[in-house]
Ligand binder design. Structure first.
Ligand code: ATP
Ligand code: MG
Length: 302
């Protein structure tokens, strides 16, 4: 379901367009997470947790080695292969990445709208999700009007509302109080119980102690200690929910792998990965469809 094989990752270094590369942020990272597993991703700041998660949600391609996610092998994947897999992944970003010009409701609804869910059908799910994270009363608020913890809860709601096959959460409790953090953990456990594979990067030792689960521990880009998460052969037929026939056979790649950032500008946006709006632009990007809502009054801002 998620497999890393001798993965190395370098970021571009020396400034834009210099063509040079920084040191390896990830070095020989190998592990496999079975479908339906729950895994903590641990390690000090700068260890590479977010980098591992970026590879998992297909924002980056490794500079060496193989990353396989939901049946997709990224080394041989074509750009067009990425979008359908990304739509099955929920992402809670460390920096939230909410769209500031959309209401809390519309931010959470976005993955469902991108998946083509009819408006009437998605309203109840979004409302339920907002209730779950304790923000039913703030559905019409814009992200800048919300506290950090409230924004984080909206980001979590958005990541799980479409019941992804894989959920990756980067420090999802960083802005939450203890009570909210435990609520969030209950939500993640419930998602996991229902079949979602969950990977959570965290510094929150309390949270980890409350829910012992296999963990991956990173130090300086290397996997140092693996508690129960390695050695699972997830490479074959591990994804009954997937579409094994949908991906082309791997071409025999002669070319060196593309730059790590190569996967980023995807014309088909990831439901949970939103481009920043251009500065001074008030309009949402064209893929956001906002049907008229008779229940909604005039917009909160002019
Ligand atoms: N976009 C980037 N460009 C260049 N280097 C980067 C980039 N993102 C991360 N790095 C480097 O990669 C290494 C791992 O960073 P990463 O963000 O994955 O760490 P982390 O474990 O998530 O840290 P934290 O707990 O602070 O979030 C660091 O040395 C960092 O400086
Ligand atoms: Mg990080």
């Amino acid at each position: 379901m998620v497999r890393f094989e001798a993965v190395g990752l370098r970021y571009p270094g020396g400034g834009p367009n210099t063509g040079s590369w920084g040191p390896e942020a990830l070095v020989d990272v190998t592990f496999a997470l079975p479908q339906g597993s729950f895994t903590w991703l641990l390690g000090p700041s700068g260890a590479g947790k977010s980098s591992v998660l970026r590879l998992m949600h297909l924002a980056l391609r490794p500079t060496r080695g193989e990353v396989e996610v939901l049946g997709l092998r990224t080394a041989s994947a074509r750009r067009a292969d990425l979008a359908p897999v990304r739509r099955r992944i929920g992402v809670v970003f460390q920096d939230f990445r909410l769209l500031p010009y959309l209401s809390a409701f519309d931010n959470v609804a976005l993955p469902l709208r991108l998946a083509g869910r009819p408006e009437a059908a998605l309203r109840a799910d979004v409302a339920e999700m907002l209730r779950w994270v304790g923000l039913a009363g703030r559905a019409e608020a814009l992200p800048p009007e919300l506290s950090g913890g409230e924004q984080q809860r909206i980001a979590i709601a958005r990541a799980v509302v479409h019941r992804p096959a894989l959920l990756v959460a980067d420090e999802p409790t960083g802005n939450l109080d203890n009570h909210q953090a435990r609520r969030l953990l209950a939500l993640l456990r419930e998602m996991n119980r229902l079949g979602t594979t969950v990977v959570v990067a965290t510094h929150d030792e309390d949270l980890v102690a409350r829910f012992p689960a296999p963990s991956l521990l990173l130090h300086d880009g290397r996997l140092h200690d693996v508690d129960g998460a390695r050695g699972v052969d997830a490479a074959d037929g591990d994804d009954p929910a997937g579409h094994p026939g949908a991906w082309p056979e791997a071409p025999q790649a002669e070319d060196p792998p593309p730059p790590a950032a190569d996967l980023q500008p995807d014309p088909q946006p990831h439901p949970a990965e939103f481009p920043e709006p251009p500065r001074h632009a008030n309009r949402p990007p064209p893929y956001i469809v906002r049907p008229p809502d008779p229940r909604r009054g005039p917009p909160p801002r002019g």
